[in-house]
Design a binder for this molecule. Structure first.
Ligand code: PLP
Length: 444
């Protein structure tokens, strides 16, 4: 396939895209797991349109729900009033999210959901029943990624995304990168969970009186390269947050809505965070909407008459947009009606089985992830786990080769990501796996 190179005078400035050096891929339409470009090429959407598509493109039920909503009202503010469909969605989220999470604050993207969570936790400690105004810090994981707005970037710990902006950011306390692939030599995979738990314990023991919240992705740190945590770590951090009286903010923007084989990744370890952030898959990947969902004890700290000025000092023009809410309700209905989540483990096994032939490849260091959230790490040396020089652009070349094979994937540095829509069929998973396998073999 030949795609024209982008013009240097491109009117559309794209994020995380080298504007002088990329193939001009413009999609005209999508159907199911497939995208069709303006010049007629069909591409399998191997990363669910940036990890958000759940039911495929142009699902008739979601299309109909959005069209029906459009016939009533396209936008209503949630500041002081609200739209009927948005109210229904808030009730629905209270029913389906873990434990007693019950109060949804809407925004338009995952980064904004995290920003809201940060400010919510900060304001909470100033007006809860036992205020602790000295709690002004956050504890984030090593290599964290929570989005690109300034607060979310402050939490982040990925060199290329975050270091550049350091002078304009706040500095959180930084925990370890709890990865299972690059463990210190003295730590076995069986003891990895205890090893990392002790490190979080030490930081919390020393700083808990100044920490408002721990912020973390559960089970898998997506943008960091599908870094997969040891089983049990999430539950241990929940226990530590309770022990040290620190709020727990879990960012399920990437993992939420079925990606890991449960509706929410927290369910794998029976964890209910104090504040949950969701985005991407909330609307089935259709429309920009995200949510910050709090437990009653958090919400109650804001519950007061106007004279007390305890309302949450935060709000977005398009938060809770009714068209997006209609798409979200239709998507949740579909997840339930089709019992979609129960299929994820089997599909994930199918994809992993197909990819397992790469295990013997001299440059495939690790194949990891949970559910349909898979990363394949390419290394220069399998024994030392040394990476390629970033100038080699190995991940990018592999993904370009996959596009030539009719599959759209996008790397995270040298980690190749496979994150198809949850409705992908076995045949589509085979096409994805074959393209990745061929592209790695022909590029290295
Ligand atoms: N949090 C996590 C875990 C993410 O993976 C992302 C995006 O990839 C975000 C937050 C930011 O979401 P958005 O791009 O919708 O702002």
């Amino acid at each position: 396939m030949n795609f024209p190179s982008a013009s240097h005078s491109a009117p559309h400035w794209r994020g995380f895209t080298p504007m002088a050096d990329f193939d001009e891929l413009v999609v005209r339409e999508g159907q199911g797991c497939w995208l069709t470009t303006t010049d007629g090429h069909r591409l399998l959407d191997g990363i669910s349109s940036l990890w958000c598509n759940v039911h495929g493109h142009r699902h008739p039920k979601i299309d109909a729900a959005v069209i029906e909503q459009l016939g009533r009202v396209a936008h209503v503010t949630t500041l002081g009033m609200s739209g009927e469909t948005t109210e229904i969605l808030a009730q629905r989220l209270a029913q389906i999210t873990p434990g007693d999470l019950a109060h949804t604050f809407f925004s338009s993207d995952g980064s904004s959901a995290v920003e809201a969570a940060l400010k919510m936790a900060f304001q909470y400690w100033r007006q809860c029943s036992e205020p602790q105004p000295e709690k002004t810090q956050y504890l984030a994981l090593g290599s964290a990624y929570h989005g690109d707005t300034t607060g979310a970037v402050s939490l982040g710990g990925i060199k290329y995304f975050h270091q550049l902006f350091a002078p304009i950011l706040f500095s959180p306390l930084r925990g370890p990168v709890p990865c299972t692939y690059r463990l210190p030599a003295e730590v076995s995979s069986e003891s990895a969970c205890d090893f990392y738990t002790q490190q979080f314990d030490a930081i919390l023991r020393q700083h808990h009186s100044t920490i408002a919240a721990v912020v973390m992705e559960p089970l898998v740190q997506g943008a960091a390269g599908m870094i997969t945590h040891p089983v049990g770590l999430l539950a241990n951090i929940r226990r530590l947050c309770d022990q040290y009286n620190v709020l727990m903010i879990v960012d399920e923007v990437a993992t939420g809505f079925g990606r890991t084989g449960k509706l929410f990744a927290c369910e794998h370890e029976n964890v209910t965070p104090d504040i949950l952030c969701v985005g991407k898959g909330l609307t089935g990947g259709y429309l920009p909407m995200a949510a910050t969902i709090a437990r009653p004890h958090v919400f109650d700290a804001f519950l007061a008459p106007a004279t007390e000025s305890r309302q949450f000092y935060h709000g977005h023009t398009f938060g809770g947009n009714p068209l997006a809410a209609a798409a979200a309700i239709a998507s949740i209905d579909l997840i339930e009606e089709t019992d979609l989540i129960s299929t994820v483990d089997r599909k994930a096994k199918h994809l992993r089985d197909r990819l397992s032939v790469l295990g013997v490849h001299p440059n495939v260091g690790d194949i990891r992830g949970r559910g349909l959230m898979v990363g394949i790490e390419i290394v220069a040396d399998k024994t030392t786990k040394a990476t390629f020089d970033s100038a080699d652009q190995v991940g990018r070349k592999i993904c370009q080769a996959a596009v030539q094979r009719g599959v759209w994937i996008r790397p995270l540095s040298d980690v190749i990501v496979a994150m198809p829509p949850l409705v992908a069929t076995d045949d589509e998973l085979d096409i994805l796996a074959d393209a990745i396998i061929d592209s790695i073999r022909c590029s290295l």
